[in-house]
Unconditional design. Structure first.
Length: 443
């Protein structure tokens, strides 16, 4: 016999359901503002967003509409509300990008949907290139689902290289394009789909290690920031009173730091020292975790002509706290200290420079220039700037890698200006192009 709706036990349940539902809607309004509504549908939760123009959009959330799941529902709705505001997307698009469940109300990134969206951006490519793109991304997603599962962009690319590229020769175009394409996909996911910044692909030396070097070939290097441009950049930052960014740029360029190493600086016995942030690729391929800070190395500046003592000045500014690193870098450092992954620090540094108008003008005049070019400028000055250049061994020690790595990346730098400077120092007289030295033919 069915109980009467007027029986006390039934009335109690009805009042209880009504009260928790009202409480949920009140909490949603207090937390995320007006325009949100929820209701039960087929045992799950229907979430509706009412926009200012009167239109509505609804999606289903895979969380039961019950008092026992009130907390999960609040978190899940917050996940969509924040994502919609940050990425300026609709509720339906937010659901495509992030799947929320009772087990994961904060949301799980939907890689398959991101891949479909990425393919749409590659439609202008030829059919063969499109097929290659799909194949590479599918293999990367396969690596993502294998154990031990990658936790950031570097680990994913390392797993992808280990599991799917071993048949390709180091330094080959196939390896290069595969790493490059998956890297573009990861960048797309971070910049346009809201994926966490730790999934940004590696750049510089770390990416080159994955690609490998072809025997008998010179790797294409990221160009260094030449001395005059470095001086101009520091002057512009000072003129704009951007002292924090000037401090970061100066430390990286004058001391030859990896940008991420801004997180592990220390000042001992009057000298700047640098901790360990670079993950060993062999360890990553074996699934090993990143080593904690260890083996502090001495950091010494290679000052710019006419700006002697600037490196020591910047080190003291950092040590005293008189000048602080930019807030995005400090925030990334705090995160790195908790997670042990320092890549977000380098990402924050890169983003600050990439958005700077003066830096953009330098890039326009020097194709291939990247924020890592500041570190390369240290090596350039070590071997090209001074009458008595540093040895490869000493420069490598100051930059935190072995002589073999240093020579691979910096030992074969040549351009016309560098060759002219080298000849000039050797012969103790200005070196000129032949046309200037001997006059025009027929003159």
């Amino acid at each position: 016999m069915r109980p009467s709706v007027w029986e006390p036990s039934t009335l109690c349940l009805m009042v209880s359901a009504e009260s928790w539902g009202k409480a949920l809607r009140r909490d949603i309004k207090n937390e995320y503002g007006p325009g949100w509504s929820v209701s039960a549908q087929s045992g799950k939760t229907k979430l509706t967003r009412r926009y200012a123009d009167g239109t509505r959009s609804s999606v289903m959330i895979e969380i039961p509409f019950s008092s026992g799941h009130k907390r999960e529902l609040l978190i899940a709705i917050g996940t969509h509300a924040e994502q919609m505001a940050e990425q300026q997307i609709s509720l339906k698009e937010s659901r495509k990008r992030t799947a929320v469940t009772a087990a994961n109300p904060e949301g799980v990134f939907v890689w398959d949907e991101a891949a479909k969206a990425f393919y749409e951006t590659r439609k202008d490519l030829g059919p063969v290139t499109q097929r290659n793109t799909v194949t590479r991304i599918e293999k990367a997603l396969d690596s993502l689902n294998r154990k031990p599962r990658p936790k950031d962009g570097l680990e994913l690319l390392a797993a992808f290289e280990r599991q799917h590229l071993q048949h390709l020769q180091p330094g080959s175009e196939g390896r290069k394009k595969s790493i490059q394409e998956v890297g573009k996909f990861l960048r797309f996911c971070v910049e346009r789909r809201g994926l966490a910044g730790r999934w940004m692909p590696p750049v510089g030396e770390q990416r080159q290690e994955l690609v490998g070097a072809a025997e008998g070939r010179d790797a294409k290097l990221t160009p260094p920031l030449k001395t005059d441009d470095f001086i101009a950049l520091l002057s512009e930052l000072e003129r704009r009173r951007q002292h924090g960014l000037r401090l970061a740029v100066g430390l990286v360029g004058l001391y030859g730091l990896r940008p991420a190493e801004l997180a592990v600086l220390s000042f001992e016995d009057g000298q700047l020292r640098v901790g360990q942030v670079k993950r060993n690729m062999a360890a990553i391929r074996k699934g090993a975790k990143q080593q904690a800070r260890e083996n502090l190395r001495l950091a010494l500046p290679l000052d710019l002509p006419g700006h002697e003592g600037l490196g020591a000045q910047l080190a003291l500014q950092w040590q005293s706290g008189l000048v602080k690193l930019p807030l995005p870098i400090r925030t990334a450092i705090k995160t790195a200290e908790k997670t042990g992954s320092y890549k977000p620090v380098g990402d924050a540094f890169r983003q600050l420079l990439d958005r700077h108008r003066f830096w953009k003008s330098l890039v326009a005049g020097n194709p291939g220039l990247t924020p890592y070019s500041l570190r390369h400028s240290f090596a350039w000055r070590a071997h090209k700037q001074y009458d008595r250049p540093l040895s490869v061994r000493d420069a490598a020690a100051l930059m935190g890698h072995d002589p073999e790595t240093h020579y691979k990346h910096y030992g074969r730098w040549t351009d016309e200006a560098g060759l002219l400077d080298a000849v000039s120092r050797l012969t103790a007289q200005p070196a000129k192009p032949a046309s200037q030295a001997f006059g025009a033919i027929g003159a």
